[in-house]
Ligand binder design. Structure first.
Ligand SMILES: Nc1ncnc2c1ncn2[C@@H]1O[C@H](COP(=O)(O)OP(=O)(O)OP(=O)(O)O)[C@@H](O)[C@H]1O
Length: 254
């Protein structure tokens, strides 16, 4: 069996006090799988991202990236991982290309090789024509795509995206979701996509992990989660598993 791109076991985290932001969290993301980490505000999605990227140390549990333990082999683990955080981190006064070159240099990628990879990624994300514009001149969807291109430069095999569509209009959201699905099918990249928007899930191809109040309520292909919850759609499953109406702004699944 293939090694999971991301494997989480018995993960627990407390920010202090006796309340846990995450408790006994465990799931896997396999190569080529698009997995939605689905949970309402406060479910623990950002905490999980901070632990997976080694920004926080867990109270207990393990996180392995392609078999590398993030606690004991963080260099190898992080080298396999591309990350797009919830808050954009591009320099607005640099061009798209300059931002990407800076990141490539941090990863020790030589100038010529970096140029080649930047052209490939920007073309793939339909951003090549905008490469010499300052990021400030781009709309939200293009900025997000530039961030994804940057996150792919060191050729990660696992991509983590924390609510990447926040602030985007519906056409830009759809395009971004399509692009990231293509990365899974074309390159076998594993994706963990955190969201609270149910309509971002493809009920046919995607896996979901439903996180609520720090605990995994269900995980697996949408069809399996729906069957186990006794529901016809992922929207109904989410509703039942979180025992709450979807948060404001949540849209129904197809
Ligand atoms: N720095 C912190 N200190 C103390 N508690 C925190 C901190 N960050 C998050 N929490 C708490 O941990 C829990 C999980 O929060 P987290 O931000 O991980 O959820 P989330 O699913 O990402 O929510 P959102 O969608 O609002 O970003 C919440 O109860 C939150 O209040």
């Amino acid at each position: 069996m293939a090694i999971p791109a991301l494997e989480i076991e018995g993960l627990r985290h407390s920010y202090g006090g006796d309340r846990y932001a995450l408790e006994e969290v465990g799931f896997r993301v396999m190569p080529g799988a698009f997995t939605c980490l689905l949970g309402p505000n406060g479910a623990g999605k950002s905490t999980l991202f901070a632990l997976a990227t080694n920004l926080l140390r867990p109270t207990a549990g393990r996180i392995r990236i392609h078999g590398h333990d993030i606690a004991t082999a963080s260099g190898d683990a992080l080298a396999c991982m591309g990350v797009v955080f919830q808050q954009p981190t591009l320099d607005l006064d640099l061009t798209v290309t300059q931002n990407l070159h800076y990141f490539a240099a941090l990863h020790g990628i030589g100038r010529r090789e970096a140029q080649r990879r930047i052209e490939v990624e920007l073309t793939r994300l339909s951003l090549f024509e905008r490469r010499d514009e300052k990021v400030r001149a781009l709309n939200g969807g293009h900025r997000r795509r530039a961030e994804i291109a940057r996150a792919l430069l060191h050729r990660p095999t696992l991509l983590l995206l924390d609510e990447p569509t926040v602030g985007l209009d519906i056409p830009a959201r759809r395009k971004l979701i399509r692009h990231v699905h293509d990365l899974c099918t074309d390159d076998g990249i594993a994706v963990l996509w955190a969201t609270h928007l149910i309509d971002e899930i493809d009920p046919v191809t995607d896996h979901v992990v439903v996180l609520h109040r720090g605990r995994v309520r269900a995980s697996g292909p949408v069809s399996v989660v729906n069957a186990e919850a006794g529901c016809a759609t992922v929207a109904e499953s989410y509703d039942r598993l979180t025992a709450a109406r979807p948060a404001a702004g949540v849209e129904a699944a197809a």
